[in-house]
Design a protein around this ligand. Structure first.
Ligand code: GTP
Ligand code: MG
Length: 308
C-alpha cells in the first residue's frame, strides 16, 4: 500500500440480521466476487465470513454473519453466537432486513426482530439499517412505511433501501459506510478479498450446492469437511476428497440418490466453481457418512470450525 495512512480510512463493518435477509448477497456485491454462499433457504451462513472492500483511500472489512434466530439446537445457537460476536470488534454495525418479507407480511416483523431491537438500540458503535430486496417490493409507496418503521425502532439511525442482487442503492450505502469509518491504515493487502482459508471456501461451495439441491430438513442436518487435498494429483490437477456428514442414516441415501445421481449432480455443480477458486483443474471425490446428532456435538462442531 502506498497511500499516506493519515488520509486513509479503515475499519470493520459487521453485517447482521435475520436469516435470508440477503446479507451474503450484499457482501458478494460489495466485494465484487463470490466470497459467501447464498441460497433461498434461511440459515445458509454458519460462520463469520470476511469480505474486504478496498478503494483508493479506504478499506472496509465486512463480516457477514449467520442470521439471528431462536433455536434449541446447539449448532444454531453457535451460529447465532458467531453473529453477536462479530459486533464486539466492529467499528460500524449494519442491520440488514428483507424488505419484501415485511412489506408483504408485516406481522413477521415483531417475531423476527424481537432479539435484535433492544441490543441494537444500545450499541456503542454507529449503526445503519439496510432494507433489502426493493427490486421485488414494487412501488416506492410500499417501501416508505418500512423505512419509517426502522426509524421508529431505532431513532436517528440512517436507513438505506437497496437491492443487493441488482446493486440498487448499494453505492450510496457504501459511501456513508466509508465516510463513517475511522482514520487508520489498511488492515489487509489491497488485492485481498477475504481472509477465509481455501479449504473452507471449498467446503462452503459444496454445502451451497447441497442447500440448493436437497429439500426439507436435510440441508440443516449436513456438514462438509475436507479429507484429503493433493496439489499434484496430475498435471495442473488438484485432487480433493470431501465428506458430507449427515445426522441420520436415512439422509445418506437421499443425498446419494438413485444410482448416485443426486451426489453426482452436487459434484457437477460444485466442480467448476471450485476449479475457478483453486485456479486449476480439479478431481473432486465426495463421500457421505452418518455422524448421529453431529449438530449437538460440540467437539465435532469445533473441529469443523463451527461456533469457534
Ligand atoms: N429479489 C431479491 N432477492 C434477493 C436480494 N438479496 C438477496 N436475495 C435472495 O434472498 C435469498 C437469501 O439470500 P442470502 O444472501 O443467502 O441471505 P442471508 O441473509 O445471507 O441468509 P442467511 O445466511 O441464511 O442468514 C437468496 O435467494 C437471494 O438470492 C435482492 O436484493 N433481491
Ligand atoms: Mg448468509
Amino acid at each position: 500500500m502506498t497511500q499516506n495512512t493519515k488520509d486513509f480510512h479503515s475499519g470493520v463493518v459487521a453485517l447482521i440480521g435475520p436469516p435470508n435477509a440477503g446479507k451474503s448477497t450484499l457482501l458478494n456485491t460489495i466485494v465484487g466476487e463470490k466470497v459467501a454462499i447464498v441460497s433461498p433457504k434461511p440459515q445458509t451462513t454458519r460462520n463469520q465470513i470476511t469480505g474486504i472492500y478496498t478503494r483508493d483511500t479506504v478499506q472496509a472489512v465486512f463480516l457477514d454473519t449467520p442470521g439471528i434466530h431462536q433455536s434449541g439446537i446447539k449448532l444454531n445457537r453457535c451460529m447465532v453466537d458467531a453473529a453477536w460476536k462479530a459486533l464486539a470488534g466492529a467499528d460500524l454495525v449494519v442491520l440488514m432486513l428483507d424488505g419484501l418479507r415485511y412489506s408483504s407480511r408485516p406481522e413477521h416483523w415483531r417475531r423476527d426482530l424481537a432479539p435484535l431491537i433492544k441490543p441494537l438500540q444500545k450499541l456503542a458503535q454507529p449503526f445503519f439499517v439496510v432494507v433489502n430486496k426493493i427490486d421485488k417490493i414494487g412501488s416506492p409507496e410500499k417501501v416508505f412505511p418500512l423505512l419509517a418503521r426502522c426509524g421508529n425502532e431505532w431513532p436517528g439511525t440512517e436507513v438505506f433501501p437497496v437491492s443487493a442482487v441488482k446493486g440498487t442503492g448499494v453505492e450510496a450505502m457504501l459511501k456513508r459506510i466509508v465516510d463513517t469509518l475511522p482514520s487508520g491504515p489498511p488492515l489487509y493487502d489491497e488485492d485481498q478479498l477475504s481472509t477465509l482459508p481455501l479449504r473452507f471456501m471449498v467446503t462452503e461451495i459444496i454445502r451451497e450446492k447441497l442447500f440448493l439441491t436437497m429439500q426439507d430438513e436435510i440441508p440443516y442436518n449436513l456438514a462438509v469437511d475436507i479429507d484429503a487435498w493433493d496439489d499434484h494429483a496430475g498435471p495442473n490437477l488438484v485432487g480433493i476428497t470431501a465428506t458430507i456428514y449427515v445426522s441420520k442414516a436415512n439422509y445418506k441415501g437421499m443425498i446419494i440418490g438413485k444410482g448416485g445421481q443426486t451426489l453426482k449432480k452436487v459434484g457437477s455443480m460444485a466442480r467448476p466453481e471450485i476449479a475457478e477458486l483453486v485456479g486449476s483443474k480439479i478431481f473432486l471425490e465426495l463421500w457421505v457418512k452418518v455422524k448421529p446428532r453431529w449438530n449437538e456435538n460440540t467437539p465435532f462442531m469445533t473441529g469443523m470450525g463451527l461456533g469457534g
